[in-house]
Design a protein around this ligand. Structure first.
Ligand SMILES: [Zn+2]
Length: 548
């Protein structure tokens, strides 16, 4: 005697039962459903059934039907739940898709059904394959599947996976309970349509992991569609997906994140979610920015202990121990500087992390004319006091070497005053490039014409580069005549001892500009977004590569 299984088919709040035998066909079943369920139209619904471990199996063809029956018989199951999903209420997709309509048309020998494979793929979580390209999110639909499933990462991992699962399968959920010990989520259509999808997971006290305790993974609400925009795409989900990218590329922009999500996951995210997701990922990778300042305490000790010859100082406000400034120069760099050209390019670059501030740097040049960053300082701003503190530390390094070094800098007033105080009489050249840019800004092309601008710059260049006082005098007289009052005001503000070759009391070593300091700004650029400790540590690692 042939063994039948009983199918319990539910549509909205009604259920009918029928037997499935080896003689049953999908066409018969579809016709029966349309006859029995009011309002159900052929071509406007799909069928899914659930068996243990496989909560959402498609039932579309006779072959699906055979497999379902065989599987149930092998599993010794006598009944199966079949869910009817009505797709006609979904305006965006209410066109001529149909699985079952096509089936019946084919049975009747008609070939006019305009359904395509792509059309069918628009439904029930299959729209993710709108293009042939597989998406990284494809595996998310396997994230929630059975009672007893464990999440070693606790509530946080469970919540994240639940969001990703809902995104991929195409539904929204609401938390009915949500804390560290238990999470209960229900379908957001529960109130409106009485959908019974629900998951309950709680913490296993013995292991600390989260375990699914109950799961009804069948939706009785209207069609689910995997859309490119979803309420389930939250900043925490964004953060979990980009954390490795941020680790490798901290300067990743929110706009790039938006494009990557579209490309890799087929999902549209808002600028806010991209930005905030990045902030959360930075927090995961680099830690809390405020805590990063605390970590400088052990970092300074570790540098002194493990990197012999280093100079590292953490300066805090007396009494309250609040961070003021930090100086570091690594031992290997100090030892190597003795063999470098006696030049120092001094500059500051602003930091872009939450607490901003300035990164001060003194860079030298090695015998191969290569970049040689030596000392770094983190301060709140370029004040005379901060520059003095930084230069005093530099003096601790330089004075024992007994070498006179030529400094190059722009003309920051705080730095100029500090230089006079810490290194009085040491050769200090003002960057020719900065002076030239200042002068250019006084003769804009629109007001004075390019010819005059070029003439003024050429004459100023001669003043800076000529090597005798006589040549300087001639060039300067001509410059004052050509440039008139504006040049006079500009020149009166400069000290020729600090920019003109002819009067410079020291060696230029072929340098006239602070260009190396600008290179440093580019070199360190990637780290300027980071909290203070990863910033310093990033520089140290980069130095090791540079000097290796
Ligand atoms: Zn639902």
């Amino acid at each position: 005697m042939e063994v039948c299984v009983i199918a319990k088919c539910t549509y909205k709040s009604e259920t009918i039962m029928f037997s499935v035998s080896s003689e049953s066909s999908m066409v018969d079943i579809l016709k029966t459903l349309c006859l029995r369920f009011r309002g159900l139209q052929l071509g406007c619904f799909t069928l899914r059934y659930s068996v243990p471990s496989y909560p959402s199996c498609f039932l579309e063809t006779d072959s699906d039907l055979d497999l379902m029956r065989t599987f149930l018989l092998i599993s010794n199951e006598k009944t199966v739940d079949i869910l009817v999903k009505d797709l006609c209420g979904i305006s965006e997709y209410s066109g001529d898709f149909c699985v079952n309509k096509e089936l019946i048309a084919c049975e009747k020998g008609e070939s006019s059904c305009s359904s395509t494979v792509e059309d069918r793929n628009e439904f029930l979580g299959r729209s993710k394959r709108a293009s042939a390209k597989p998406l990284l999110s494809n595996e998310w639909e396997t994230y929630i599947h059975h009672v007893g499933q464990k999440f070693d990462g606790g509530a946080e991992e469970f919540r994240l996976k639940l969001c990703k699962y809902a995104l991929e399968v195409g539904f929204n959920f609401l938390y009915a309970g949500n804390d560290k010990k238990r999470v209960v989520a229900v379908c957001s259509n529960k109130k409106l349509e009485g959908c019974s999808w629900r998951v309950y997971a709680s913490r296993c006290e013995a292991t600390g992991s989260f375990v699914i305790r109950t799961l009804n993974n069948v939706h009785t609400c209207a069609g689910r569609i995997r859309e490119s925009k979803s309420k389930m795409m939250r900043s925490r989900v964004v953060s979990s997906l980009i954390v490795d990218r941020i680790r490798a590329k901290p300067e990743l922009k929110p706009v790039e994140i938006i494009h990557e999500f579209k490309d890799y996951y087929g999902i549209d995210i808002s600028y806010y979610h991209a930005w905030f997701g990045k902030e959360l990922a930075k927090l995961d990778v680099h830690g809390d920015e405020s805590k990063s300042f605390n970590e400088l305490v052990w970092y300074a000790d570790a540098v002194k202990e493990t990197n012999t010859g280093s100079l590292c100082t953490l300066d805090c406000e007396a009494g309250i121990n609040r961070f003021r400034r930090f100086f570091v120069s690594f031992g290997g760099g100090i030892a190597g500087f003795q063999y470098c050209i006696p030049l120092f390019f001094i500059d500051a670059t602003f930091l872009k992390s939450k607490y901003k501030g300035q990164l001060l740097c003194a860079s030298g040049k090695n015998g191969n004319q290569g970049f040689y960053p030596l000392a770094f300082g983190v301060v709140d701003s370029e004040t005379e006091e901060n520059w003095t503190w930084f230069l005093q530390h530099l003096a601790f390094i330089l004075l024992p070497m007994g070498r006179v070094v030529t400094f190059f800098s722009d003309r920051n007033q705080g730095l100029l005053n500090a230089m006079g105080f810490v290194f009085p009489g040491w050769p200090h050249s003002h960057c020719y490039y900065h002076l030239k840019q200042n002068l250019i800004s006084k003769y804009p092309k629109s007001g004075y014409g390019k010819l005059l601008q070029d003439r003024v710059i050429n004459l100023f260049s001669r003043c800076a580069y000529v090597v005798t006082e006589e040549e300087f005098k001639v060039a300067m007289e001509e410059l004052v005549i050509v440039g008139s009052s504006k040049v006079k005001a500009f020149i009166s503000d400069l000290s020729r001892d600090h920019y003109a070759n002819a009067f410079f009391k020291g060696m230029h070593y072929g340098e006239m500009a602070n260009s190396l300091a600008e290179s440093f700004n580019n070199w360190v650029g990637v780290f300027r977004d980071l909290p203070v400790l990863p910033l310093i540590e990033g520089i140290r690692q980069k130095l090791m590569v540079l000097n290796s």
